[in-house]
Design a protein around this ligand. Structure first.
Ligand SMILES: Nc1ncnc2c1ncn2[C@@H]1O[C@H](COP(=O)(O)OP(=O)(O)OP(=O)(O)O)[C@@H](O)[C@H]1O
Length: 582
């Protein structure tokens, strides 16, 4: 029942709908009392032989009328209560989605996609069930149970009622015992479902790797193992359910037996008429559902409660990157100016003792280009991630036009940056929509211009539907180079103050790279550009090139200066030149 108070905020919001729905539901339960009573009256009249055709027709009409009233009432309460459940589903899904949108990197490092999907689907459905089936079952069983007991007392006999309901407390005791176990079993079962979801998601996403390495059988075996575990956990739920259901059947049977024996006795003693006994037995039929409903209800409520707690735990997680220290008066123009890095040290949150960046100091004026080079794992991407505010905790400062980026409202800062990540991401829609993702109101000409600048236009013209060609999930139908150039086109369309290319030209050939860099130089006049790359030709025209090693700047200068320096850069340049000429 605890889940009803947990969902108090929702029921308060939807007060009118639920008051109306519950009232109609209660009226339905009352209307259900009419047919058994009519049946009893008919039996009595048949028994005494005092029945006229007129009365008989009247009683039949009463049964038909109550059936029509029941139909109408059922339609309207369902509309109200199921409508409420759908509304709860909408609100929970939307809450979760909004939460996913504001959460940062560390959240996604902690939770895997399959787990988040399980929260957004299975758990939401379980909670939604509380607001629909849960409400319906509790109101219906309570009102029907109580009103039937009252009808039994009024229309039959209070002694018979009391005696026949003697087995009921056993049912309540059983329900209580099972309910406690069910919560734990459901909690475990939902967690197991999350793990299974993770596995499915990872295997489907990594199907190419699994197949190429011939790991299909092993992966299927691992998956089967997980299914077995999940089934084992689910069996606990079934076990508790299975223990409860026969208890209900036993108690209903016991109630019938007691009624026949004791009711028969009362009839022979003329305390009860045949008609009253017939009504009473029909009323017990009305009691079957409320008795079974207890088990069903516990199932819904405990499942909903376990799922609600899982959702709430997720929603309670706060994003680390916020506008807590932001100066809300800052406008986009205020941050147009020098980009200045003064980082003493930075370590990733889960490895706080290992500094990944040390003493990173440089300034870029608007219109300048920075090149970041160095071995794999030297810290190039980390430098970029700090500007994108993926992490806020570091010793030092990054500023734009003198403003610490942690004090610039996130939406203003990020609007000034276009980013082409190492692992570019495309949405499963058309080329046109993928490019205009950065500027949804872009005209067709602007989209084409951006595609031309990233040397993609001619490729698109070769495709069956041109810019309307669908690219499949994460661009499966495109080559690596096409995906990269599409991501660059998307970034260029935004025309932002800062453009970041993180190893974004690695999948294009040297000629295409030269073309793209040429249009970048034209396009980016007066704006800042950062290029992280392994191929040094990508950065050779940069105003400042930083060579990184173990998170520190070991060489800095222009291409010319670095060649003269004769260090790692000059060495690498010669090697790459040699490779190109082969
Ligand atoms: N999320 C993270 N948590 C902990 N350590 C990380 C994380 N991301 C990167 N690292 C570590 O930080 C170091 C710098 O990584 P970074 O990605 O910045 O290097 P990089 O120069 O961009 O490499 P590459 O050229 O391969 O892209 C590496 O040692 C890496 O293992």
């Amino acid at each position: 029942m605890n889940i009803f108070s947990k969902l108090g905020w929702f029921f308060k919001k939807e007060k009118k709908r639920y008051i109306l729905g519950i009232t109609l539901l209660a009226l339905t339960s009352f209307a259900n009392l009419v047919p058994p009573r009519v049946l009893g009256l008919m039996a009595d009249q048949l028994d005494t032989g005092h029945i006229s055709w007129g009365q008989y027709v009247l009683l039949i009409l009463a049964v038909i009328a109550s059936a029509i009233v029941l139909y109408i009432l059922r339609y309207f309460w369902r509309k109200q209560i199921w409508g409420g459940a759908a509304e709860l589903e909408r609100q929970l899904r939307s809450k979760l989605f909004r939460h996913f949108m504001v959460m940062d990197r560390t959240f996604y490092q902690r939770h895997r996609t399959g787990d988040l999907m399980a929260h957004a689907t299975n758990d939401v459905s379980a909670v939604q069930n509380v607001a629909g089936d849960g409400i319906m079952t509790s109101v219906d069983s309570l009102v029907m149970g109580l009103s039937t007991i009252i009808a039994m007392i009024i229309f039959a006999d209070w002694r018979l009622t009391l005696v026949s309901l003697l087995p009921l407390p056993f049912l309540a005791w059983g329900a209580n015992k099972v309910g406690i176990r069910l919560y734990d079993a459901f909690d475990e079962s939902q967690a197991a479902f999350s793990r299974l979801n993770n596995k499915t998601q990872e295997s489907v996403s990594g199907i190419k790797v699994i197949k190429t390495f011939g790991q299909g059988k092993e992966d299927t075996k691992a998956f089967d193992g997980m299914i077995d575990d999940t089934i084992k956990i689910n069996k606990k739920v079934f076990k508790w359910d299975a223990l409860f259901d026969p208890l209900g059947t036993m108690i209903v049977g016991l109630t019938y037996t007691i009624t026949i024996i004791y009711g028969g006795l009362l009839v022979t003693k003329k305390i009860l008429s045949i008609g009253q006994l017939v009504s009473f037995i029909a009323y017990i039929g009305n009691m079957v559902w409320p008795m079974f409903a207890i088990g069903y209800l516990f199932n819904i409520l405990e499942r909903g409660s376990a799922s609600y707690d899982r959702i709430q735990d997720l929603l309670d997680e706060k994003p680390q990157i916020t506008d807590k220290y932001a100066d809300e008066n800052l406008k986009p123009v205020d941050i147009q100016g020098d980009l200045k890095y003064q980082i003493k040290s930075f370590a990733y949150p889960d490895e706080k003792n290992i500094p990944v960046l040390k003493n990173i100091n440089f300034t870029l004026k608007p219109g300048q280009t920075l090149g970041l080079v160095g071995k794999v794992g030297s810290g190039k991407t980390t430098i970029i991630q700090l500007l994108l505010r993926e992490f806020d905790k570091y010793d030092g400062e990054i500023s734009l036009n003198g403003h610490d980026i942690r004090k610039i409202p996130l939406n203003i800062l990020l609007r000034q940056i276009s980013y082409v990540p190492q692992n570019n991401y495309l949405f499963s829609t058309s080329i046109q929509k993928n490019i205009s993702f950065s500027k949804t109101d872009a005209s067709q000409n602007q989209i084409i211009a951006a595609a031309k600048k990233s040397d993609l236009h001619n490729d698109v013209l070769q495709m069956p539907k041109g810019y309307r060609t669908l690219v499949g999930e994460n661009g499966v139908s495109l080559s690596g180079g096409q995906k990269q150039r599409m991501s660059i086109a998307r970034a260029l369309l935004k025309q932002s103050q800062i453009l970041i290319l993180d190893d974004a030209l690695s999948a294009v050939d040297a000629k295409t790279e030269t073309e793209i860099l040429k249009s970048l130089r034209r396009e980016r006049q007066g704006k800042t550009t950062m290029i992280a790359a392994h191929r040094l030709t990508s950065v050779m025209n940069a105003d400042l090139i930083l060579v990184l090693k173990n998170g520190q700047i070991v060489e800095r200068g222009t291409h010319k200066q670095l060649l003269a320096n004769n260090g790692w850069y000059a060495d690498m340049w010669r090697k790459q030149e040699l490779e190109e000429s082969r």
